[in-house]
Design a protein around this ligand. Structure first.
Ligand SMILES: NC(=O)c1ccc[n+]([C@@H]2O[C@H](COP(=O)([O-])OP(=O)(O)OC[C@H]3O[C@@H](n4cnc5c(N)ncnc54)[C@H](O)[C@@H]3O)[C@@H](O)[C@H]2O)c1
Length: 337
């Protein structure tokens, strides 16, 4: 059992940056072996005010799944927008090995993934980040980007002033110049990297085409389910678009509003192709690159597997019996006596 307490202890012991870096390496390792995974676009159930999703995947050793939601109005009643739990099982016997909190792990893996993509796609000299949406994911995102670029300034905006206060308070320890902005337009001015992680289950033009200058890299993270996007559509034809997994991105990502022909013309590739080096992220200084992220099972697999390995190393797990231990495997009823 990896409870929130166990994960906190694990991250403290291993170090926040070390955990993020190791996760970036784990993601690259697993994207390199893309073809070894059995995968599927995640099944989703859309309900009033949100979505509930299951994210299964397996390779030759482990099967993992994550349960995750997105309910953008939850903060109005003091609840988080996104919460998650997950499981890692052996594939040879089907026996579960670990059940884990994944709310924090999701923030880590989303940030580590955006950092991997940014490293492959943003200009080498990118030093100014704009972040739009300073909610639960935001600090993790900046801490991930700091590991791959020399970030000099973070320009930030949220429609919720309290979320901006919280972000500034949490980020001041990093010693990076923090610029509070009055609008998303002001925040993206002069930015080399734009990270958008807002939550609203609608098509919203959080970033307008006119504001996006040549040479910028965009991480679009909040457009991640049908009917939920953050970029003005005109940005897409100007961008070199990279997705995680086309089968899932085409219904969930920014590209969901393109038709088949437009998608074929505009989507440059899947991120595993960049990780493997069979395609190149940025070919010149003026490319506008777009990582149209929705989050996929492979990223949760990498996070769960790393957590499993570190929990073994640090012995921080709470052992709980979730599967009956029987002397006769057919005598299940005996487990109740
Ligand atoms: N791509 C992925 O892998 C991935 C993973 C996790 C979360 N997400 C998505 O990232 C988004 C953010 O998640 P979170 O956990 O930080 O949510 P959150 O609710 O904690 O934060 C979202 C913030 O966006 C702000 N916001 C909403 N509309 C805005 C607008 N038009 N302009 C500026 N700010 C705006 C809200 O005030 C809020 O502070 C969600 O949409 C979530 O689904 C994506």
């Amino acid at each position: 059992m990896i409870s929130v307490d166990a994960l906190r202890a694990l991250v403290v012991q291993h170090g926040f940056d070390a955990f993020m870096s190791d996760l970036m390496e784990a993601l690259k390792r697993d994207y390199q072996r893309w073809d070894e995974f059995t995968k599927m676009p995640r099944p989703a159930m859309h309900v009033t005010g949100g979505v509930l999703e299951l994210m299964p995947i397996c390779d030759n050793t482990y099967y993992t799944f994550k349960y995750v939601n997105c309910h953008p109005k939850n903060p109005l009643t003091g609840k988080m927008t996104v919460v998650a739990t997950g499981q890692l099982s052996r594939i040879d016997t089907g026996y579960p090995l670990m059940y884990s909190e994944m709310t924090i792990l999701t923030a880590f893996r989303t940030a580590a993934m955006a950092a991997v993509a940014t490293d492959l796609m943003a200009r080498r000299d990118a030093g100014v980040v704009a972040i739009i949406g300073t909610g639960a994911q935001s600090e993790f995102q900046i801490k991930g980007l700091r590991l791959i670029r020399d970030i000099q300034e973070v320009r930030y905006f949220d429609i919720d002033a309290k979320a901006m206060d919280k972000f500034a308070e949490n980020m001041k320890i990093l010693g990076i110049k923090l610029t509070r902005c009055a609008s998303a337009e002001a925040a993206v001015q002069g930015a080399d990297i734009i990270t958008v992680c807002t939550a609203c289950k609608e098509h919203v033009d959080v970033i307008k085409n006119d504001w996006v200058k040549a040479g910028v890299h965009i991480n679009a993270l909040g457009g991640d389910c049908p009917g939920k996007t953050e970029l003005e559509l005109d940005i897409l034809p100007r961008s070199k678009i990279v997705v995680e997994y086309l089968d899932q991105a085409q219904t969930e990502g920014e590209i969901q509003r393109l038709n088949d022909r437009e998608r074929q013309a505009m989507v440059y590739g899947e991120i595993h192709e960049l990780v493997k080096g069979t395609k190149h992220g940025r070919e010149n200084e003026s490319d506008i690159t777009l990582f149209d992220s929705v989050g996929i099972g492979l990223e949760d697999y990498a996070a769960l597997r790393l957590t499993y390995e570190l929990s073994e190393k640090y012995k921080l797990v709470e052992e709980q019996l979730f599967i009956p231990e029987l002397t006769d495997p057919k005598n299940l009823v005996a487990s109740l006596s």
